[in-house]
Design a protein around this ligand. Structure first.
Ligand SMILES: *Cc1c(COP(=O)(O)O)cnc(C)c1O
Length: 487
């Protein structure tokens, strides 16, 4: 499988394969990598995959995108990644081996599931980002060892991404992680998750500023090409193709869990920020998975909902971004959205380059009235937005009606799924992707329910563990010096 850039120039080597793009971020032309075509899944394959374990399903699907790792090695990596020991936080004990079990909220008279949660947050950091990041950790270690290279990952986080990256990369040979977080701005639980890691290859840096200050430092360091090359600086942000590829797997797994035969369809509702998660759902659908609808849910930061309703993509200014109680969806522009638009405009890289010339200049684009936007229904997308009041009401309703606590992001999904359910064909089950567990966002759970969220037993008292973090001013030179002294 060869990879191309959404803007037409994938750089050197001429036709990169998976391992060539694994460690990088953007393509050299500023675009995003995608496979040159989406592999098509035959009916016979779908039938054969229905009974597979998560690890074996991951191997079957990823083999179509990763053709430059020997199959036996890729299989070993999938089996090492997707184990019940790593994904151990499912609420019903015997569902552990499923990795991503479905938790039905509504069943029909026939006993079949109608409306449920696809549990994606049973990994070490209790958010769906573990699903892809754990695989990335093992792929990085494998490819670096093969090539005799090392990498120093620099990132900025407001919570979920940083902890998922650290738990994926801890103890991995050839990898160091330098993670910047805004000092005093994350929840006590999120701080404890990250800062209690004692691994030698993990460095937590709390900058005395906001998340944007941390992000600006990462950008400044990445733009210093000499420093970046000398110290082998890399990233694991949400545009990384391997993360999207890994996420395709659970759409198939969820589909099999919700259906009895491959003649049936499923609808997925996805709480969205950077469009990474739902992009994987879009690709699964393009591969031939019978997905009736992809319901996209945003919070008050409704850039994507606006696009699907109107055809206008209007990235917001940083100052216009709302700080909400589903903070992992607080985005001003959706970094993976370019991958979808590439498909929407018939995979025309010149068109995408022209549209993103507008975006990169801080402007918007308008596809309403174009033949492409007229075809948007073919892509199966439906969208909606949610507010803080909606989240509180949804968390309460799900708890009262079903006895299940959902996190704030999942609540945005449930709210929008209920609202748009009329657009899902009758009898098609709806799965809302559970993107985090409630304990990560305890304050809002207390506001909604007047009680503390449930907490997995192995995470009792993590706030009392010793923490390892350096507090620093948000100065590029200070951070560069810190990195240079340790690599
Ligand atoms: C990252 C994240 C999201 C948004 O996912 P995207 O891939 O950016 O759309 C939603 N919910 C939670 C809990 C997250 O951590």
């Amino acid at each position: 499988m060869k990879y191309i850039s959404t803007r037409g120039h994938a750089g050197q080597p001429q036709n990169p394969e998976f391992c060539d793009i694994l460690l990088g971020g953007l393509a050299p032309d500023g675009g995003l990598y995608l496979p040159e075509s989406y592999p098509q899944v035959t009916r016979a394959e779908l039938d054969g995959w229905r009974g597979l374990s998560y690890a074996d399903l991951a191997f079957a699907i990823l083999s179509k995108f990763i053709t430059d790792i020997p199959p036996s090695d890729l299989e070993a990596i999938c089996r090492k990644t997707y184990t019940a020991e790593v994904y151990c936080h499912a609420r019903a004990g015997d569902e552990r081996a499923e990795i991503t079990p479905v938790h039905w909220l509504e069943k029909g008279a026939d006993g079949r599931g109608r409306f449920g949660l696809l549990e994606l947050s049973n990994g070490p950091t209790l958010a769906f980002k573990d699903m892809a990041m754990q695989l990335l950790g093992n792929l990085f270690e494998y490819v670096l060892a093969k090539r005799g290279e090392t990498i120093n990952i620099l990132g900025a986080t407001s919570g979920d991404t940083g902890s998922a990256a650290e738990y994926a990369m801890r103890g991995k040979h050839g990898v160091r992680v330098f993670m910047l977080s805004p000092h005093g701005k994350m929840s006590a639980f999120q701080r404890a998750q990250m800062y209690s890691l004692q691994d030698d290859n993990i460095f937590n840096i709390a900058v005395t500023g906001m998340f944007d200050d941390a992000q600006d430092i990462v950008k400044a360091v990445s733009n210093d090409h000499a420093f970046k090359a000398k110290h082998r600086i890399g990233a694991v942000n949400s545009i990384n193709w391997a993360r999207v590829a890994a996420q395709i797997v659970y759409y198939f797994k969820g589909y099999f869990a919700a259906t009895q035969s491959n003649d049936e369809q499923v609808a997925f509702c996805v709480p969205s920020g950077n469009f990474g998660n739902i992009c994987a759902g879009h690709i699964a659908r393009r591969m031939g998975l019978p997905v009736a609808k992809l319901i996209l849910a945003t919070n008050e930061n409704d850039v994507l909902d606006e696009f699907f309703r109107t055809g206008v993509y209007r990235p917001r200014k940083a100052a216009e971004t709302h700080v909400t109680s589903s903070p992992s969806m607080d985005i001003s522009k959706a970094s993976n959205f370019e991958r979808f638009v590439f498909d929407l405009v018939g995979r025309d890289p010149e068109r995408v380059a022209a549209l993103w010339a507008e975006v990169d200049a801080g402007r918007s684009f308008d596809l309403s009235g174009t033949p492409e936007f007229a075809r948007i229904a073919e892509f199966g997308f439906v969208s909606g937005a949610s507010s803080h009041a909606d989240r509180l009401a949804t968390i309460r309703k799900v708890y009262e009606q079903y006895g299940v606590m959902v996190d704030t992001h999942t609540a945005d999904g449930v709210k929008v799924a209920w609202e748009r359910i009329g657009e899902v064909p009758t009898g098609v089950p709806v799965l809302v992707l559970e993107t985090a567990l409630p304990v990560k966002f305890a304050e809002t759970i207390r506001e909604a329910l007047g009680r503390d969220p449930e907490r997995p037993a192995d995470l009792e008292g993590i706030e009392r563990l010793p923490q390892r973090v350096e507090v620093m001013a948000p100065e590029v030179d200070t951070i560069k010096r810190f990195i240079a002294e340790r690599v």
